[in-house]
Structure formats: structure tokens, C-alpha cells
Design a protein around this ligand. Structure first.
Ligand code: 3PG
Length: 326
């Protein structure tokens, strides 16, 4: 996931820096755990629509518990706030379900390589909406496109639904970020955790009815098959599903907490590094075969994402300086 708000960068105290390092560490760790157990659950029960809905359900229950136990102050819920969230939550749902469909079809690492091309979608969609970018930004997205292309044609687990799922996930998350910036302007006082909590709840309402429609008729049979395949250990399967739900919420919670403290740019660099860590961990855990050209394509794509961050960071600084001069 990526930024929803635009915090103003301020110098940070030592304590804040330590706190931020802890939040980043948690974000990466929880994301790795989510990716491993989500894939384990999908391998036994290949129904991403139900699993994705369950993950949002766990997050919703978690937030209601935090609010009811007063561990987290519940934001004042007004009609305009909910209306402002409808668009971002819809695109969050699209981003989440399409990533989960992709995870169910291909190696987790491949989904994340394709997801590292999110900046390409960001530049293209923002340009359609009137933003302009300097040439170096456009040039920086070339290696991303070429690296992803190379990784896709050399991927052992390649499957077109897996590729499309990851690409649509990029569209969903980029549109979510663009719409959030526009519609949530007047709700900046709502902290990241509460914002994400409400997005989860609304997303669940969007996703679950569609999930019933898409794959509901196969759940009972799929459940019996999963239990049969878990070799007399159904609790192992339940535990995997539960861990995937819990850690899906936890890693998003940590990432939104990090966002309260850092700029969207630092966030996106952090998110790319997260993908590197997740790719390496899941390749090791699932022992996915990786062809040398595939590794090269993935590395070029990820390197392109770093170039993109550098290019956008430079052009932002320039814009701020120019604004100051005028
Ligand atoms: C999801 O299921 O929403 C994806 O795991 C999102 O991936 P990301 O948070 O790494 O973009």
C-alpha cells in the first residue's frame, strides 16, 4: 500500500527516529509474515476473494475492539467523512483483491516484482489528470517497464491472470492515492490508523457481496478439500488463515503509522525496499526456481523504482524553491 496523506516533513527528535525505526521494522516483518501465510493458505484453499474478505473482516474487528476498549480514540464519524472515504475505499478494495488473485496464481515474488512498477502507473494517471513531470522522471520509468517485462517473460510460474492481477492492483492503489489526496483534504486531523480502520470496514462492505457472487458456490467444496489436504491437521490450516488476516491488518496499520511521520516519497522508497525483502524471503521459504534473467529483470525493475524516487525528489525540491522565489 502507499501514501494517503501528505505530512509536512519536520526535523525529528531522537525518540521519534527510534520509534520510526521500530514501526518500519514491524511493517517489514508483518508484511513478510502476511505474504508467507497468505500464500500457504491459498495453496490449500485457492479462493482469494474469500480470504481477502476475511482479512478485511479481521482488520475491522480489530479496529472496533481498539475503539471500544478506548485503546485508540475513535474519530468523529460524520456523513461527509464517510462520503469522502467511499472512493479511496473502493480503489483500496480493487488493489487488495487483485493482488490476492495474483498471489493465488503465481509466485509471491513475481506479484511483488510487478507491483514494484506502481510508480509507472502513478506518473501516467497523474499526467492524464493534468500533472506534468520532467523528462528525467519519464526516463526513470523506462527501466521499471523493461525490467518488469524481462521478469514477466522469464518467470517460471507465469500465468496471465497473475500478471493482470498485479497490474490491476497497481491501478487500484494509484487511483486510491490520487483520490485520497483530493477527497480527504479536509480530514487531515484523522490519524493514519483510524483512517485505515475505516477504509477496511468500508472495503469489507464492497468486497464480500462480490466475493459471494464470484466464488461463493465453490467455498463448501473447497473447504472440504482443504481440510482433507491438511492431513488431519485442520487447525494448522485455520491458524494460517488467521495469521494472514491478522498480519494483513497489522502491516497496513504499521505502514499508515509510519506515514504519519514521513513524506510520501520516503514511504515509497521504504515500500520498494519492503518488496526486495519480501521477494527474497518468499523465494527462500517457497524455494521458487528463479532463472538468472528473471533475477536480472527484477533487479532492473527495482533499481528503476529507486531512480524514479530520486528523479521525483529532485523535481519536488526544485518546485518548492521556485515557489519560494516567487
Ligand atoms: C494486498 O493484498 O493488498 C497486497 O498485499 C498489497 O500489497 P502492498 O501492501 O505490498 O502494496
Amino acid at each position: 500500500a502507499s501514501p494517503l496523506s501528505t505530512p509536512t516533513p519536520t526535523p525529528k527528535s531522537k525518540a521519534t527516529q527510534v520509534q520510526l525505526a521500530i514501526v518500519f521494522g514491524l511493517w517489514y516483518f508483518q508484511n513478510i509474515v502476511f505474504n508467507i501465510y497468505n500464500k500457504k493458505a491459498l495453496n490449500l484453499f485457492p479462493f482469494p476473494w474469500l480470504l481477502a474478505s476475511f482479512q478485511l473482516f479481521v482488520g475491522s474487528i480489530w479496529m472496533v475492539a481498539l475503539w471500544s476498549l478506548k485503546l485508540q480514540p475513535c474519530p468523529k464519524i460524520t456523513k461527509p467523512f464517510i462520503v469522502a472515504l467511499l472512493g479511496p475505499a473502493l480503489f483500496h478494495t480493487v488493489g487488495h483483491i487483485s493482488a490476492c488473485v495474483s498471489f493465488s496464481k503465481v509466485a509471491v515474488s513475481f506479484t511483488h516484482v510487478i507491483k514494484s512498477s506502481e510508480p509507472v502507473f502513478s506518473v501516467v494517471f497523474s499526467s492524464f489528470l493534468g500533472d506534468t513531470y520532467p523528462l528525467k522522471v519519464w526516463l526513470s520509468i523506462l527501466p521499471i517497464v523493461m525490467g518488469c517485462g524481462l521478469a514477466a517473460v522469464t518467470e517460471v510460474s507465469f500465468n496471465s491472470q497473475g500478471l493482470w492481477g498485479a497490474l490491476i492492483s497497481n491501478v487500484g492503489f494509484v487511483l486510491r492515492n490520487i483520490y485520497s489526496k483530493r477527497s480527504l483534504q479536509s480530514f487531515k486531523e484523522v490519524n493514519g490508523l483510524n483512517l485505515y480502520g475505516w477504509i477496511s470496514i468500508i472495503s469489507l462492505f464492497y468486497l464480500f457481496p462480490v466475493a459471494i457472487f464470484v466464488e461463493g458456490s465453490q467455498w463448501v467444496q473447497g473447504y472440504h478439500q482443504a481440510i482433507a489436504a491438511s492431513a488431519g491437521k485442520p487447525y494448522t490450516f485455520y491458524t494460517w488463515v488467521l495469521i494472514s488476516g491478522l498480519f494483513y491488518h497489522l502491516y497496513n496499520q504499521s505502514s499508515y503509522q509510519a506515514l504519519d511521520e514521513i513524506s510520501p516519497l520516503t514511504f515509497s522508497v521504504g515500500n520498494t525496499m519492503k518488496r526486495v525483502v519480501v521477494i527474497v524471503s518468499t523465494v527462500l521459504v517457497f524455494r521458487n526456481p528463479v532463472r538468472p534473467l528473471n533475477a536480472l529483470g527484477s533487479a532492473i525493475a527495482i533499481f528503476g523504482t529507486f531512480l524514479y524516487s530520486q528523479a521525483t525528489s529532485g523535481s519536488k525540491k526544485k518546485a518548492i524553491e521556485e515557489e519560494k522565489k516567487n
